[in-house]
Ligand binder design. Structure first.
Ligand SMILES: C[S@@+](CC[C@H](N)C(=O)[O-])C[C@H]1O[C@@H](n2cnc3c(N)ncnc32)[C@H](O)[C@@H]1O
Length: 282
């Protein structure tokens, strides 16, 4: 395990989380996995333990990020192959905009040789002390203020923003050779701007809601990139190669169903998730 002493614990409320913090003595980080509550307990008297940093608080997000540190997502493995197909020389520097924990940079580092690896995220509560990866807590549009990078990554982020134009323009200012992007894209001439609210059993919205789950027209995105300095854009569907069962919690969370031709379709809550990997040559 490359991540320094990380614990993942279950806890449904503040008290349980406090217990988790106690049992996690000796760990640098503790991921709290609670049912749905958004409890910010990082410096709460009841749970504060000087040996433990409460890294994150919301169940699905915490589980999602913690799991990525254990093993790469199938989409990250596929993205690695996709990047290798196009990257024609070793980059000197790579920035991952909206990097989360930095797990993608970690698992993809073989694609980039000895490049300087920088992760940018607006959120500083995810664990991020990964060897050889610099972390910058910053808003995505500020990437253009960090200097230039040979390669820019945007992995599973654009669909969760209200729009992609400003962050992508900022990446064009910062990235010299390539951008590799994954997001929800459709071949239809449609942008679908989706706002998702998740509820607990009593239909109280969770405090992170509503979330965007936008699906963008790939052709409109392609034209936008060309208008902003891209030389070429290559897109490929990501088809997941494992079955994922439907989660029982009734909230958002990816699962797969088989299409008639045998392909696995990814569904999350009520939404179809048409992932694409996009290579943008600059
Ligand atoms: C769906 S997560 C994806 C994280 C990571 N790229 C992955 O593949 O696991 C979206 C990430 O974008 C970050 N984010 C959202 N809005 C942002 C913004 N305006 N600027 C920078 N990061 C942002 C979030 O904190 C979160 O880590």
């Amino acid at each position: 395990m490359y991540h320094k002493r990380c614990a993942v614990a279950e806890g449904g409320n503040g008290f349980q989380n406090w217990e988790c913090a106690e049992t996690a003595k000796g760990y640098s980080y503790l991921y709290i996995i609670s049912s749905i509550d958004c409890l910010l307990l990082g410096r709460d008297e009841r749970c504060y333990n000087p040996d433990v940093t409460i890294a994150y608080r919301w169940s699905a997000a915490a589980a999602y990020h913690a799991a990525q540190l254990e093993s790469p997502k199938r989409s990250t493995v596929a993205l690695g192959k996709f990047i290798r197909k196009y990257l024609d020389r070793e980059p000197a520097s790579v920035i991952d905009v909206g990097c989360g924990t930095g797990a993608n940079l970690h698992w993809l580092r073989d694609c980039f040789g000895d490049a300087r690896l920088v992760g940018l995220d607006i959120n500083d509560v995810f664990c991020r002390d990964l060897e050889g990866i610099e972390f910058v807590q910053q808003e995505n549009c500020a990437v253009s203020e960090l200097g230039t990078f040979d390669v820019g990554l945007s992995i599973q982020c654009l669909s969760w923003l209200d729009a992609y134009e400003r962050p992508i323009q900022a990446m064009f200012k910062s990235c010299r050779q390539w951008m590799f992007i994954t997001s929800l894209f459709t071949d239809s001439r449609v942008d679908s701007i989706n706002r998702v609210t998740q509820y607990d059993e009593d239909f109280r919205a969770d405090s992170g809601s509503p979330y965007f789950y936008n699906v963008y027209s790939i052709e409109r995105f392609r034209r936008f990139c060309l208008a902003n300095g891209a030389k070429e854009i290559m897109a490929q569907d990501f088809e997941i190669d494992i079955d994922i069962p439907k989660p029982e919690h009734g909230l958002m969370g990816t699962y797969t169903v088989r299409a008639e031709d045998g392909r696995r379709l990814q569904i999350s809550g009520p939404l179809f998730m048409p992932w694409k990997m996009v290579a943008v040559r600059i």
